[in-house]
Structure formats: C-alpha cells, structure tokens
Ligand binder design. Sequence first.
Ligand code: SAM
Ligand code: SF4
Length: 323
Amino acid sequence: MLTDRFARRFTYLRLSLTERCNFRCTYCLPEGNDCDTAESDLNIHEVRRLLTAFARLGTRKVRLTGGEPALRRDLGEIIGLCKSIPGIEKVALTTNGYNLQKEISGWKKAGLDALNISVDSLDPTIFSRITGADRLHYILQGIDQALQLNFQKVKLNTVLLRQHNTHSLPGFLRFIKDRPVSLRFIELMRTNDNIDFYQEQHLSGEFIRHQLMEDGWQLQPKTATDGPALEYAHPDYAGRVGLIMPYSKDFCASCNRLRVSSKGELFLCLFADEHQSLRELLQSDDPAPVEAFLQRAIGGKEESHHLHQQRSGQTRHLAMIGG
Ligand code: SAM
Ligand code: SF4
C-alpha cells in the first residue's frame, strides 16, 4: 500500500496518455497544442508495466486522461489492458468528448466503467469560444448515448470562469434535472501559462455552494475513497452537483491520487515543484524496481499544494498531466 507521511493512502492513479490535444481551451492551451509528438507517449507495454506495479501497491482505480486521450489510436486497447490487470477495479476516462458518439460503445465494450466529459458551457457559441471547437451539439448527443450504455458514473466537468459561468447555474441544473450525471464545477487553477487569465477569470465556487444550500440541495457524506470533491443531491433532480475547490481550506487532506505524465514522469501533486522519471524502469517486465521507486518517492509528498502562495510548481498547463 502506498501511504505517505500524513497517513494518506493512494489507491487512485491518473495516467496521462498524451499531452497532445485538438482543442484550444482558453484556460489550458489557448494557442493549441505546443506539446510533444505521439512518439514521446508511453507505449502500451510501458503502460502495462507501470499499472502492474501500481496495482501491486494498492492502486484500485485508474483514470486515463491527457491532453486528449481519445487522440490515441490504441485507447480501446489500453482500456482493455487496464481492466485485465489484477487489482484494478475501476477504469475511468476524462475526455473533451470530440469523438464521443463514434467511440463510446467501443470504449464500453473494452471495459470502461466511468466517464468524465468536459463541458464548460451549454451555450454552443460560448462553448466554441472557450474550446475553439464548434462541437457542443455532438458532445451532448454523445453524453446521452453514454447514459443509455449504463456507465457506473458519467460526470461533466465545468471550469468556473467569471466571464461565462456567473449566471449559468440555472441552465446546468435544467440539464441534470432528468439526467443522472454528476456535474462538477471546478475552480480555475493557476498554472505557469495562465497567470493573467487566472487573475481575470478566477471565480470561487462558494456562490454555487450558497445557491445550492438555499435551494435545498444536501451535501452527500463522503466515503473513505472519495477525493476532495464535495457532492450535493436534491430529491427533485436525477443528477448531482459536485464542487472542486482547490483553494478551499484542507482541500489536500483527502488527497488519494498520484499522477504519471505521458512521458512516464511521476508527479506527487498536480502542482509539484519536481517530477521524477520512471521511464527507464518501464523497459523491463520486473515490477520490483518500479515498486521500490514508488515506495521511496511517496515519502517526499508534501502536505499541500502552494497555490495560495501563487506557486504552481512546474505545471505550465494541465494538459501536461491531465488535471
Ligand atoms: N482533454 C481532456 C478534457 O479536457 O477533458 C482531459 C484533460 S483536461 C487537462 C482535464 C480537466 O482539467 C478538464 O476537465 C479541464 O477542463 C480541466 N482543466 C484544465 N486546465 C484547468 C485549469 N487551469 N483549472 C481548472 N481545471 C482545468
Ligand atoms: Fe485540451 Fe482538455 Fe486542455 Fe481543453 S482542457 S485544451 S480539451 S487538454
């Protein structure tokens, strides 16, 4: 079991499959993909070795992310691989949904359990202004298709932006009235590339929390394996609302996740000052050196990120490590 100095247990791995992306979200990659080529991404054998070692140390859930993970042609194969690794119980994917309709049933067949789709606005014009992609209609149809396929969980991720989301709550609530999705509002995080944008657009999630409480939404109890999100439910709604507020007090106390980049670098925190490369150790089928590396590295995990001191570590943008 991977446990740190603060008795936090790490059972959840977020694995980035590529830094590449086909969207240009204003808060993430406004100039588009400035990242690596497909050749630098971990190959499927390296992914298998990595996951085997993590699973032997207690990892039970894997989230595949990016960049845009659906740009990987072997994504279905990787999902199947994750499912086949002894110990891995849940495989989740975070995607911008650009290819959702076409791919979703294949991913489900490969063994995908849960799906997060980023939807920053339900207004097609605003959506394409934020993402650079005129594709909202298609993505929403893909979400309905995913709901018909009975995934364990379908979540929508919405980044809170002052310019666009101050008045968007009623529209989002209408959307989840009859849809059993968990809509998660994520506070914009400062990265090294978005400092000015962050100053202009950061919006605390507190106003949403107040509004939900006033309207009779109830905070749901957390289980031991739940991460830092708060989740609210209401008897009149099929869906739930989650809040991810990394700037709130004690956000890091319930951290249960580690991250590996598409180049095989271990990030102990989304905003870590350094990362450590595992790639050389992934060239052999022996999991023991990878396990020893992880056991040693976990001792260096800090108690909290330093976003409050305006420090984002080495993180230029979240496409580097998948959010
Ligand atoms: N491309 C996929 C997508 O957009 O869903 C997966 C990678 S993306 C980096 C993962 C999540 O991080 C998305 O929901 C995205 O909206 C969120 N994100 C990216 N940059 C962010 C930032 N600076 N602050 C808060 N959330 C961010
Ligand atoms: Fe691409 Fe996701 Fe970043 Fe948007 S948030 S630019 S879709 S990696």
